[in-house]
Design a protein around this ligand. Structure first.
Ligand code: IMP
Ligand code: MG
Length: 190
């Protein structure tokens, strides 16, 4: 599929399944190299990161554990609420080498809040792995050690990313087709 329509918006293909698979394998190799002598604990931020987590954890060839957390900063549409809600149980990460698995780091608010929450339990280390990082959109300093793709500020769907709950199941990643601005011509009258 080269384009999809979800609710009222249309999206065009940005990263194919093949490109995603290739990048996830590279990220898995990087994590494997960095954690060869450690046993990382992957903290998967559901729902968005579950697709990435399944692919990634199967390829990271080191002993590891995993847990899921729920954190949401987005409302139903595309605007961040700027406030992070946690749901469900917090895993015990005391003394662990934690890798937060996220779908996308946009403003960085969500990841910063998760890092702060997990840090209360004194893990040994915390790193971040995301499908997409949008460095230009960060409103606070956040280091994303592992990412498959870097983007500007495009709104994306697929591979776990949703628009108002839709599109997570798409195997490729699509970007929003921006509305074509209406042409305006300035006329001067004397
Ligand atoms: P942040 O707190 O602004 O970094 O936003 C993080 C969360 O916003 C992500 O986990 C996503 O759920 C959502 N989000 C940010 N950008 C996008 C996007 O381009 N497509 C879909 N969801 C997004
Ligand atoms: Mg999310």
């Amino acid at each position: 599929m080269t384009s999809v329509t979800l609710h009222d918006l249309s999206f065009r293909l940005r990263f194919s399944r093949a490109e995603i698979v290739e990048r996830v394998a590279e990220v898995a190799r990087d994590i494997h190299a960095d954690y060869a002598d450690r046993e990382p604990m992957f903290v998967v931020v559901v729902n968005g990161a579950m697709f990435f987590a399944v692919d990634l954890l199967r390829l990271v060839d080191v002993p590891c554990t995993m847990a899921c957390i729920q954190a949401s900063s987005y409302g139903a549409g595309m605007q961040s609420k700027g406030v992070v809600d946690f749901g469900g149980l917090m895993p015990n990460v005391h003394g662990k080498d934690v890798i937060i698995v996220e779908d996308i780091v946009d403003t960085g608010t969500t990841v910063r809040a998760i890092q702060a929450k997990l840090a209360e339990q004194l893990p040994r280390s915390i790193a971040v792995a995301a499908v997409v990082n949008k460095p230009a959109a960060h409103t606070e300093p956040v280091h994303v050690q592992y990412r498959c793709f870097e983007m500007e500020s495009e709104f994306l769907v697929g591979y776990g990313l949703d628009y108002a709950g839709r599109g997570r199941e798409l195997t490729d990643i699509y970007e929003l087709i921006a509305d074509v601005p209406t042409q305006t011509t300035e006329t001067k009258s004397n």
